[in-house]
Design a binder for this molecule. Structure first.
Ligand code: GDP
Ligand code: MG
Length: 461
């Protein structure tokens, strides 16, 4: 995988958070240190790394954590978001629908010798051919011997039409010669000549081709092994040749990929694609979000982000909200509520759905649920009869003894559950009466210092 080492270190770092019992400043510092090390090893600029560390630290230690997330989830989320920002925005899209808006759409590739322009021409061609577009390649490189043959070879491999004139002396002439034939394609990819360095001659030549071709996209092709110096190159090409984006090649072959990627993020030229190998299919769209997700272990991140959205569906929340409002509430509801809370912290969401409750800030601990307790409650409830669950008031001392024996927990645990249930029910009743923001506010005041179902002795602020 691209930037494998960076990915590995970041994943290790994140698993430290995942297995930590407490998230305190010490752990955050440790995490940041690990991250700095990983980023510096992949050649990311020191200044940028420090800036990123500051931001993460500031967010994690100072900001209020959204009720829907645990501290761990929040921390992972912050790392994910900041790393994504770090790699720059996506900018405008170069996708099949953008291309279909102009016919023929023209992508011109520019860059210095050996950075992978010609190879990349074939790669992009194949990329969009697979997406149903009719693509042609045009060679305008009159500089490198056999440039045309190289492109023809690629074209043959992927069954794509290739145009060019190895005898012609000037790139603009080549374009003029073939322009009429190219009109029938959806997409034309124009390969150009490079030089060892961006000198006057190359600038003049590229501007000349630019004027006649009028490409929709002019993409700078740069090798990842340039590392941080990619920034300088991107800037100069941007100023003199008006590039619209960057393609970074050879991401597979160097530890400096992180440097090249982040260097480009600082310029206004977004990285659009990356080359990840010599083969024609070793080519990917570059989307910072997906990329970071993969570095950190996409599965985990995706799960986390999905979780934030889906842990409690709107339907569930509305149902629960209704129950709150109706004041009808038995132990089965309590259990369901507890279970939902372990998934997300729906109480906060439920409250959001009740008029007037949205703006009340609840202490985060209230939303955290100890899974162990939930387990014990499940045992207890499993030992209850249906009648007991529906009407817990009938549970007297002999029943408590029986339930404790049956579920293998202490009588204290059973009593605690019953106490929690009664408190919840009391709360439900109060909710029932509170049907305006004002009434709600009054009710919350009464609540101060009171218990919340299942939450132990958590105090309202
Ligand atoms: P140009 O001079 O800019 O046209 O560069 P070429 O397309 O001729 O490529 C120069 C060399 O880089 C060739 O040997 C390619 O196979 C190699 N190359 C291009 N892209 C990649 C890539 O993403 N990964 C690897 N490993 N090699 C690449
Ligand atoms: Mg070439």
């Amino acid at each position: 995988m691209v930037l494998e080492k960076l990915g590995e270190s970041l994943k290790n770092t994140l698993s430290k958070i995942a297995s930590a019992v407490f998230i305190d400043e010490k752990l955050v510092n440790e995490l940041i240190k690990d991250m700095q090390k990983a980023l510096l090893q992949s050649d990311v600029n020191v200044g940028l790394v420090l800036e990123l560390s500051q931001k993460i630290k500031q967010k994690v230690l100072k900001e209020e954590i959204p009720a829907a997330l645990t501290k761990k989830e929040y921390l992972i989320n912050v790392v994910y978001e900041e790393l994504t920002n770090f790699l720059g925005g996506e900018g405008h899209k170069i996708d099949a629908s953008a291309i279909s808006a102009h016919k023929p759409f023209k992508i011109m590739l520019v860059g210095l010798f050996g950075n992978g322009k010609t190879t990349t021409a074939g790669k992009i061609g194949k990329f969009f051919q697979k997406r149903g577009l009719k693509v042609a390649l045009l060679q305008t490189d009159t500089w490198r011997p056999a440039a045309y043959e190289q492109l023809v070879q690629l074209g043959t491999q992927i069954k794509m039409d290739v145009y060019g004139n190895p005898k012609a002396k000037f790139p603009d002439q080549i374009y003029a010669e073939f322009a009429p034939k190219l009109a029938k394609y959806d997409l034309i990819i124009i390969d150009t000549a490079g030089r060892d360095a961006l000198n006057e001659e190359l600038i003049a030549e590229l501007n000349k081709v630019n004027n006649i071709v009028q490409p929709h996209e002019s993409l700078l092709v740069m090798s990842a092994d340039l590392g941080q110096s990619a920034q300088k190159q991107a800037e100069v090409f941007h100023q003199t040749c008006g590039i619209t984006g960057v393609i970074i090649t050879k991401m597979d072959g160097t530890a400096k990929g992180g440097g090249a990627l982040t260097a480009c993020a600082v310029t206004n030229a977004n990285v659009k694609f990356i080359g990840v190998g010599e083969k024609i299919d070793d080519f990917e769209e570059f989307k910072p979000k997906n990329f970071v997700g993969r570095l950190l272990g996409m599965g985990d991140i995706e799960t986390l982000l999905e979780k934030a959205k889906e842990a409690i569906t709107e339907e569930d929340a509305k149902d629960m909200g209704k129950k709150f409002m109706s004041g009808k509430f038995n132990m089965i509801d309590l259990y369901e509520q507890m279970e939902a809370m372990t998934k997300m912290g729906p109480l906060g969401k439920v409250l959001d759905m009740i008029p007037g409750m949205g703006q009340l800030k609840l202490p985060k601990e209230m939303i955290d649920v100890q899974e162990d307790k939930l387990k014990i409650w499940r045992f207890i409830m499993d030992s209850c009869t249906k009648a007991e669950l529906e009407d817990p008031d009938i549970i007297d001392i002999p029943r408590i003894e029986r339930i404790a024996k049956g579920s293998g927990v202490s009588q204290t645990d059973v009593r605690e559950l019953l106490k929690q249930y009664k408190q919840s029910r009391r709360m439900m009743k109060m909710f029932k009466g509170a049907d305006s923001p004002k009434a709600m506010e009054k009710m919350m005041k009464q609540f101060k210092g009171g218990n919340i179902p299942g939450m132990g002795n958590i105090k309202f602020k």
